[in-house]
Design a protein around this ligand. Structure first.
Ligand code: GLO
Ligand code: NI
Ligand code: NI
Ligand code: NI
Length: 404
């Protein structure tokens, strides 16, 4: 549809799973063989990972990468040291970007791992923690800007609560809104015009996440004057944890002009948590691409593989196979989605399904010229609603034709 697949998909490799993933889970330590790792979180190790990481992304041929501050650079003894570590790594990342042409799709701050965030970050009951989170996000936005990042993500890992008896929800929501406005002000002041993105996710880690799903985020955005300032980064496994299909979340975001980017992965039907598996299901990628093509692409967003190899996949080469499989599934899904759009059957069917709004009482509802009184009179005169307007038979025939 006028865009090359590369321009459209804008694949990104995520730093955290790909280069920091160990295969550890709550029941046991890491299993992954990562020959370059020395088992420390030192600055030297972080530098080594930049070499390995860029070699990997370049060999894979992915145009973008994404990071959290703490997966690229280690935390120091205090904020000053932490920022100095980050600066040293940012310089190295920039050199590698310039050398390879690989670009930063987005940066973000990890406001969920350190114990200081146990009661939240922006929504913490402790003002010192709010200040720390602000300082951390300030720095992460600045580094994203230095690296030419095209977006900046906020996944509110600890922005939620467990129990309302000890939580002032109204106050926490206001704090989060204040935090977002301060972040926006700072971004403007340094000339960073990358898109801010919320990443909705329910249940993990807090019971009641304020950013539960696209609808919850959009309500928060609209209510707090953040329209357009914050769009959404939609992740498949988060959609399914919220009880939605990925396609629903994407379309809901798109209709609100808020579909910014995607975290491409998939969940597991039988496992109830965010398993972050690589997407290989062509039906899933077709659905995703139907919405993305309808929007005409993701703009500054992209397709970030927020995905990890299984605990049993311990050899480094598995990281290549996994990404290639994901890219292939998206390429095939794109072709199928483009073909579905080109033959127009689905579009015509949907149009046909609502055609009772083209004339008669439907047209009057559309134009707003009737109220409840007139609608009641219409039904009183008519007696019974005509239910057979769905074009269901033609739809079934067309679906059968596609599968044949
Ligand atoms: C966790 C999220 C996470 C985000 C990233 C941005 O479930 O998917 O990986 O994508 O942390 O903060
Ligand atoms: Ni994610
Ligand atoms: Ni996730
Ligand atoms: Ni994730």
């Amino acid at each position: 549809e006028g865009q090359s697949m590369k321009e459209l998909l804008r694949f990104a490799v995520c730093w955290w799973h790909t280069f920091r993933g160990t295969g550890g889970d709550p029941f046991g330590p890491g299993t992954a063989e990562r020959p370059w790792e020395d088992g420390t979180d030192s600055l030297d190790m972080a530098k080594k990972r930049v070499e390995v990481g860029f070699e990997f992304i370049e060999k894979l041929g992915a145009p973008y990468y994404c990071w959290h501050d703490r997966d690229v650079a280690p935390e120091g003894a205090n904020l000053k040291e932490t920022n100095a570590n980050f600066d040293a790594i940012a310089k190295l990342l920039k050199e590698h970007q310039d050398k390879t042409g690989i670009k930063c799709l987005w940066g973000t701050a990890n406001l969920f791992s350190n114990p200081r965030f146990m009661h939240g970050a922006a929504t913490s009951c402790n003002a010192d923690v709010f200040a720390y989170a602000a300082a951390q996000v300030k720095k992460a936005i600045e580094v994203t800007h230095e690296l030419g990042g095209e977006n900046y993500v906020f996944w509110g890992g600890r922005e939620g609560y467990q129990n309302l008896y000890n939580t002032d929800m109204g106050r926490e929501l206001d704090q989060l809104a204040k935090f977002m406005h301060l972040a926006h002000e700072h971004a403007k002041s340094i000339g960073f015009d990358g898109q801010f993105l919320f990443e909705p996710k329910p249940k993990e880690p807090t019971k009641h996440q304020y950013d539960f799903d696209a609808a919850a985020c959009l309500n928060f955005i609209g209510r707090n004057g953040l329209d357009g300032i914050v769009k959404l980064n939609i992740e498949t496994n988060h959609a399914t944890l919220a009880g939605h299909e990925m396609m629903h979340e994407l379309e809901y975001a798109r209709l609100h002009d808020a579909l910014g980017s995607i975290d491409a992965n998939t969940g597991d039907l039988l496992l109830g948590w965010d398993t972050d598996q690589f997407p290989t299901d062509i039906y899933l990628t077709t659905q995703i691409m139907l919405v993305i093509l309808k929007q005409g692409g993701l703009g500054s967003g992209g397709t970030n593989f927020d995905a990890k190899v299984r605990r049993e996949s311990f050899e480094p080469v598995d990281l290549f196979h996994a990404h290639i499989g994901g890219m292939d599934a998206f390429a095939r899904g794109t072709k199928i989605a483009a073909a579905i759009r080109k033959d127009g059957v689905l579009k015509d069917f949907v149009k046909d399904r609502y055609n009772s709004y083209d004339t008669g009482i439907g047209a009057k509802i559309e134009s707003g010229e009737v109220g409840f009184k007139e609608l009641e009179q219409y039904m009183l005169d008519k007696g019974e609603a005509d239910k057979n307007k769905s074009g269901r038979q033609e739809m079934l025939e067309n679906v059968v034709n596609w599968y044949l």
